[in-house]
Design a protein around this ligand. Structure first.
Ligand SMILES: [Zn+2]
Length: 335
């Protein structure tokens, strides 16, 4: 395997570093002009408005939101859920071109969509199973450019209006790491503004377990993550299979293993209703599969859905004036 070159964390400046996540996207800065130079003296003040106000965007707060499910991002995409780095870059290109804006699962379930610019559609990029192909760092916490996060950071550097944020659902050895390496990986990913979600300690079929075993699988992972970064608040079902007692998904555990999940992700297979739509169920969030089957030559399921979401009126669109959309009388009800 060739030696990896690593991106510095500095490359992520502007991603919404620190705890603010994707809600902290800086506006484009005005160029600084030195006022002590006679050649660059400030222009005289204008007496008329310099720019007309942008046309208001009406928005569509009841449209659907795509939540995308990824697993490994590897050059030799052989598994059903694999995708190649080239397909992942193409996915980012298309999402950006078609005016999507990445948020995290927790932002969706809390309806924290204020960072989504007017005219754009929130999209959640999720990654299951904590593969090293999703996130890898060196001893100086620099992100490998060929992992999914490295690709997102590169893309963000070229397209500052497309934040490099996503939600990662991990098990006991996140990104192939153990011990202090695992702690550093979790802390670095959190610092980049990404969400760490719960995918159980051992990735079991929860339907085969007792209630106590289900709670231990979820609570122990929550405690493991919570030693380093905030405890997970969203959960992805291993294998897409629910436990017999669904209440075990919501809360449980005690002491360091206590947990409370505000959102639960399914495996399949269609866009998610708007969080303002009556059909939205935060404990059953459907996802669109992203993979490049047949060694990277297969048709992406994502393309099928993005084609459908390109039709007028289907997808969520953020409004420039949040009052007066979704029916013309203020915010749509939670339903
Ligand atoms: Zn999984």
């Amino acid at each position: 395997m060739r030696r990896r070159d690593f991106l510095g964390l500095a490359a992520a400046a502007g991603v919404g570093v620190a705890t603010a996540g994707c809600a902290d996207i800086p506006a484009d800065a005005e160029p600084v002009i030195a006022t002590n130079s006679p050649r660059h003296s400030p222009p005289p003040a204008r007496t008329t408005a310099s720019k007309p106000a942008p046309a208001p965007v009406r928005g569509n707060q009841l449209g659907v939101v795509p939540v995308l499910m990824h697993h490994r991002v590897v050059p030799d995409a052989t598994g059903e859920y694999d995708m190649t780095p080239a397909f992942f870059r193409a996915e980012l290109e298309r999402l950006h071109r078609e005016k999507y804006f990445p948020i995290r699962t927790i932002d969706l379930v809390r309806r924290n969509l204020s960072a989504v610019p007017a005219g754009r559609t929130p999209v959640v990029l999720t990654f299951d199973d904590g593969s090293p192909s999703q996130f890898a760092i060196d001893s100086a916490a620099r992100v490998a450019p060929d992992c999914a996060v490295g690709i997102m950071l590169d893309f963000h550097a070229e397209h500052p209006d497309f934040p490099a944020v996503a939600s990662f659902y991990v098990n006991r050895n996140p990104f192939g790491c153990t011990g202090r390496d695992a702690d550093r990986a979790l802390a670095t990913l959190h610092t980049l503004g990404c969400e760490i979600g719960n995918h159980t300690m051992d990735h079991p079929n929860l339907r085969t377990l007792s209630d106590a075993q289900v709670r231990a699988q979820i609570g122990d992972l929550a405690g493991f993550v919570g030693r380093v970064v905030p405890r997970p608040r969203t959960f992805a079902l291993p294998l897409g299979v629910r436990p017999r007692n669904r209440s075990t998904l919501v809360t449980g555990g005690s002491g360091s293993s206590r947990y409370r999940n505000e959102g639960v992700l399914l495996v399949g297979a269609n866009p998610c209703p708007s969080p303002y739509h009556r059909d939205f169920d935060p404990m059953a969030i459907p996802r669109i599969r992203c993979s490049s089957r047949d060694g990277g030559t297969g048709q992406l399921e994502l393309d099928h859905w993005l084609d459908r979401l390109a039709r007028p009126g289907v997808r969520y669109v953020a409004a420039s004036d949040r009052a007066g959309v979704g029916g013309g009388s203020g915010r749509p009800s939670a339903g």
